[in-house]
Design a protein. Sequence first.
Length: 369
Amino acid sequence: MRIIILISRLIAGSLFIFSGAVKAIDPLGSAYKFHDYFLAFGLDVLQFLSLPLAIILCTAEFITGFCVLTGTRIREGALGMFILILFFTPLTFILALTNPVSDCGCFGDAVHLTNWETFGKNIILLIFILIVFLNRKGIKSGFRPVTEWAIVSVAVLLFAGFSIYNLIYLPVIDFLPYSTGTVIKEKMIIPDGAPVDKYETTFIYEKDGQKKEFTLENYPSGDSTWKFAEQRSVLLSKGFIPAIHDFSITSMDKTDLTESILTNPGFTLLMVAKKLEKAGPEKLRKGFEAGQRCREAGIDFFVLTSSGTDRAASYNNGLKFCQADETTLKTMIRSNPGYILLRNGTIIGKWSWANLPEDMNQLKKSTIN
């Protein structure tokens, strides 16, 4: 039985630590996932809780996993883990049935699972957690209670600090398709022979007041007694989707700048502000000043946003404002605003609003190892 308990601790503790860690690396990505769920369930009023909940959840997962794996305050850790799995297992079952968001986000952007895969994972994990929970009183750590609480408290503070660091200065590991070193055009390629979306199409025809479904093989072609009513298409399987499939940049006058930006042999700095009105005036001011310094240093500078033309025009600072899809901007960089340096369509540097270099000539020295 001891071996079973030990294996259960290793599996449950390691998975919770991993789940919490990848969320802490990208807390803003986890916040976006909470935001998606609130929208899907009509809970828009709770959107302000997205980021706090993201940090609380990743910390809770990591600490309960840490406690179970190390045996430090394992009673509390096992109880917390059991409560979490009891909450998320039925929730993921509902998500699997309704599929409001295709990816649950339980492992951030590091590992993508469907909602059914997540539910299955939780069912299996529940068994190991239940074993640990029922045997938690027999597991000893070897430390005094006060020492255990001190260890857990330090772990909570360090982990929360790690999450906040990634929030301010960008994730220490970039799981996004726009990571440094990426050649954007290469990530947009659809290989020859790649699977395409498959649909089942049915046709509804009406005759003598009655409606009947037909397929492409048996619909009443040439029979004028049947009158066409409607057509239905159901997606049977998704085709190949390239890692980058929605990268498009247009000027405020609707000129497509995507190709010119991706083929520019010089340096291009993109200031990504998914919503100008939410970026904060001080952050925007510093970004616009960086844009002016880029012009002096011979670096092309574009402000990418999903905000409307009126909002962009209100700044009237001589910089080039462009529009892009908000979801794309969120995927490009986890900062509002954030900065991406391109050369020949290759990403050679990324910075948040907090650590963009003051000297724009310093950007030209950026290299990819």
